[in-house]
Design a protein around this ligand. Structure first.
Ligand code: GAP
Length: 442
């Protein structure tokens, strides 16, 4: 299945739009329409719940996108968050160096490489480091002293607040701090729809442990995180854990694993799990001059905790959910987004069979009954078959149809999206019938 089919459905049904489309688009930024926003919120809520509700020792915070610029010096992002780039002097095309050359080229080797765009040889520059952070200035004067960065990861907002959070919530090691928020990277090659963009959302959790307990904690979080994806309706056969080789590790990591999903364009990372040791806290201690240690009463000692980080991209999770859900039901000539009902943007569509005979009025009453429990929409436009198919593409798992029999016996039909099976259900049993079906969905 090609990613283009998903992109086209996303536009048609209001999941994802290209940013600034009326101006010809804006590179590597996307906007989310009504269904995409609802789906994204449902996914992030599920993650938030898994972290902060199912773990008594994990709390959530929300730090600023703009922070003190020293944070990014301490974290190593000013010096080390770079992509080596190569320019073609002839046609001005720009490439990440690793796209043109495997490994580390010897001096002068670039002279023998052909530019893929203009085909000339000998015009490529040596690789130059390009920092991925977006720079801005605070206040009206654009001078070096006023530089600030849009955060390239949410993690640092947790590190600089971790002692305040620990004290406020009386937390003891091990404990975690979770955060959902936007991050920004000036990606040179942005590709694959919402997979790699310049503005994206991260779901990050930093788990503070005693040094020595970090390897076990890493194992526990790897298992827990990969299991989480079944709640999003993702088949475990399309997920795998891949360890980073020593030459791939980020500047802060002692050990790192990626959770990869089999996207339509191949296996790619959705989430990283990193053992960041005490790298970040030690650096903040050094750069701020403030103690970042905790006190262990039993051992009567101060120490810097190690940090196990789970860092997922919300937009990549969404793309994985969209890819997994997309189903061409050729037998019935329809496209169905088979979202798990717990995360579907809309749970049910209420459809009066015809726009007369008191059916719309009854439909409105059914809406009032179901609305407090689920996200429901009212749809009376077009033939019932067209309405069902429209909702199938939107991934709405249930259709509630009010027909003439409903007027007589106060029942409706409950249509199940995947099987198209229809059950007759008493209106006063509708909420529990939907709840029951959602609970047993496979
Ligand atoms: N705090 C650690 C960190 O940021 P990362 O591996 O650079 O680690 C974590 O990023 C996750 O953020 C990735 O697994 C991915 O899901 C998401 N992500 C990173 N860059 C992205 C981009 N340009 N567009 C969309 N998502 C991105």
């Amino acid at each position: 299945m090609s990613i283009d089919k998903i992109i086209s459905l996303c536009k048609r049904r209001g999941f994802v739009f290209q940013s600034s489309e009326i101006y010809g688009g804006f590179g590597a930024v996307y906007d989310y329409g009504p269904l995409g926003t609802a789906l994204k919120n449902n996914i992030s809520q599920m993650w938030w719940q898994a972290m902060t509700q199912f773990h008594e020792n994990i709390v959530g915070i929300d730090s600023g996108i703009l922070m003190h610029p020293k944070i990014w010096e301490a974290s190593g992002h000013v010096d080390a968050f770079n992509d080596p780039l190569v320019d073609c002097k002839q046609c001005k095309a720009r490439y990440p160096a690793d796209e043109l050359f495997d490994g580390n080229p010897e001096d002068g080797e670039w002279d023998n490489i052909q530019c893929p765009k203009c085909g000339t040889t000998g015009n490529l520059t040596e690789p130059r480091q390009f920092n991925l952070m977006f720079k801005t200035h605070i206040g009206p004067v654009q001078k070096d002293a006023n530089v600030a960065y849009l955060r390239p990861e949410t993690a640092q907002g947790i590190y600089v607040n971790y002692l305040l959070t620990q004290n406020a919530m009386r937390l003891k090691i091990p404990f975690g701090i979770a955060q959902i928020g936007k991050a920004f990277r000036n990606e040179i090659i942005a590709r694959n729809f919402i997979f790699r963009t310049r503005e994206f959302e991260q779901l990050e959790m930093q788990y503070f442990v005693k040094p020595g307990n970090d390897d076990q904690s890493m194992r526990d979080w790897k298992n827990e995180r990969i299991a989480f994806y079944s709640q999003l309706g993702i088949d475990s056969g399309k997920l795998r854990l891949q360890e980073h080789g020593a030459d791939e590790l980020a500047h802060y990591a002692k050990e790192a694993w990626d959770i990869e999903f089999e996207f339509p364009f191949g296996w790619s990372e959705i989430e990283g799990i990193h053992n960041r040791t005490d790298f970040d806290l030690a650096r903040h201690q050094e750069f701020s001059g403030k103690k970042m240690e905790v006190f262990d009463q039993e051992a009567n000692e101060h120490y810097l905790p190690y940090i196990i980080e789970t860092s997922a991209g919300l937009n990549r999770m969404l793309l994985a959910v969209l890819s997994e859900a997309y189903w061409e039901d050729n037998e019935n000539n329809r496209i169905v987004m088979k979202f798990h009902p717990q995360i579907a943007p809309v749970t049910a569509a209420v459809c009066p069979l015809v726009k007369k005979d008191g059916l719309p009025e009854m439909g409105r009453k059914v809406m009032d009954i179901v609305k407090p429990h689920f996200k429901v929409i009212y749809d009376q436009q077009g033939s019932i078959g067209k309405r069902y198919y429209r909702q199938d593409e939107a991934g709405t798992p249930y259709g509630i149809t009010i027909d003439h029999q409903s007027l007589e016996d106060k029942t409706v039909t409950l249509r199940h999206r995947d099987s198209q099976q229809q059950d007759r259900v008493a209106i006063d049993q509708l909420v529990s019938a939907i709840n029951d079906s959602m609970e047993h969905y496979t």
